[in-house]
Design a protein around this ligand. Structure first.
Ligand SMILES: Nc1ncnc2c1ncn2[C@@H]1O[C@H](COP(=O)(O)OP(=O)(O)OP(=O)(O)O)[C@@H](O)[C@H]1O
Ligand SMILES: [Mg+2]
Length: 336
């Protein structure tokens, strides 16, 4: 694909993020590349510590440096490299062209300002709205995310809202400036299932209505199956597989993806019985990887996997995998 492909709203190329720690470097994100098209929902999955959050925070300069250092890569937002822009431009992008929602709204919302102020502030700063217009838009946004009696709640502080309502406020703030890309990092895992479903519905509707691209990070493959167009599977700070949602679930090629799919509880009555865990430990991230990060847990690993880190290779349309012997379709079918 040529540089700065305009069909992609966001292109991340060879991103590398390293933490300096007392016991040495931690290579948390290794050569991560992906694209997002306008209006597309990209799901990002992978177990705890696989680098999902660090990747997304690296994109918009949200990691404190030190200890973090984005050492290499390009983050092209409609062709503009966010790793090269001034701090002032980056602040404009955050909450402007790129909106984000994180898991815990209590840490993302400021407890000392009213919710109304927190929604109106970006509207005034990024969109140049006057006080009255910003107020009207804030009410509209709170209504959009399903907050009852929106106009009467602008003067309330975050602690006066329930967890689910705070999450909605976060979404309203993230959406305030009509972002081109919305990054949602496990925004629903702390919520109960009905509220999760409502929030997913809101996000899905907004994507349809506003055409924004969404990056949705989650542990929950069930959620991904329901809403994503494409899925990125991360392991040990790397992308190990990328595919449109259907092939990802029906024809997974990386042994880790296959193992991950087996951990989904079945929808029938035998949830516990069918639930499997992936044996072994996730890799301890340290120096830059020189071997496949999944090798110690992989049933198919052979010498080459211990000596070399496989690169992503195409195995189908929009489908690539970083494995020296990607599973054949038949192998995936066997386990279905
Ligand atoms: N400040 C830090 N110093 C050193 N290492 C860090 C720091 N922050 C994160 N890491 C490491 O970066 C790696 C990736 O972490 P990250 O938070 O991106 O994982 P994740 O995939 O988002 O996990 P989870 O699903 O639990 O949210 C982890 O191994 C973590 O230990
Ligand atoms: Mg995370």
């Amino acid at each position: 694909m040529p540089d700065g492909d305009t069909r992609n709203v966001l292109e991340v190329k060879n991103l590398q993020t390293v933490f300096g720690t007392r016991s040495g470097e931690v290579h948390a994100v290794n050569s991560v590349s992906f694209e997002v098209k306008p209006g597309e929902l990209l799901g990002v999955v992978g177990e705890s510590g696989s680098g999902k959050s660090v990747t997304m925070m690296s994109l918009i300069g949200l990691l404190p440096s030190p200890p973090a250092e984005v050492r290499q890569g390009e983050v092209l937002l409609e062709g503009e490299d966010l790793l090269k822009v001034t701090p002032a431009r980056l602040r404009d992008v955050r909450g402007g062209e790129v909106g984000f929602i994180f898991q815990d709204p209590m840490t993302s919302l400021n407890p000392v300002f009213t919710v109304g102020y927190q929604i109106m502030e970006p509207l005034r700063r990024h969109m140049g709205l006057g006080k009255k217009q910003a107020r009207a838009r804030a009410v509209e946004l709170l209504e959009l995310v399903g907050i009852p009696g929106a106009a009467g709640r602008l003067g309330d502080f975050p602690h006066q809202f329930s967890g689910g309502m705070r999450q909605r406020v976060m979404i309203a703030i993230a959406l305030a400036c009509d972002p081109k890309v919305l990054i949602a990092d496990e925004p629903t895992t702390a919520l109960d299932v009905t509220i999760q479903a409502q929030i997913l519905e809101i996000v899905e509707r907004l994507r349809r209505e506003l055409g924004m691209a969404i990056i949705w990070i989650t542990h929950d493959l069930g959620v991904i199956a329901g809403i994503a167009d494409r899925v990125l599977v991360m392991y040990g700070g790397q992308v190990v597989e990328q595919a449109p949602v259907h092939p990802l679930f029906n024809d997974p090629r990386h042994p880790y993806t296959r193992a991950l799919l087996k951990t989904i509880p079945s929808v029938s009555g035998e949830r516990a019985a069918k639930l499997q865990v992936i044996e072994g430990q996730p890799p301890i991230l340290g120096a830059a990887p020189t071997a496949c990060p999944f090798r110690s847990r992989c049933p198919l690993a052979f010498e080459r996997c211990h000596a070399e880190n496989p690169k992503r290779e195409d195995v189908g349309p929009g489908h690539d995998v970083a494995c020296f012997h990607p599973l054949a379709q038949t192998a995936a079918e066997e386990t279905a």
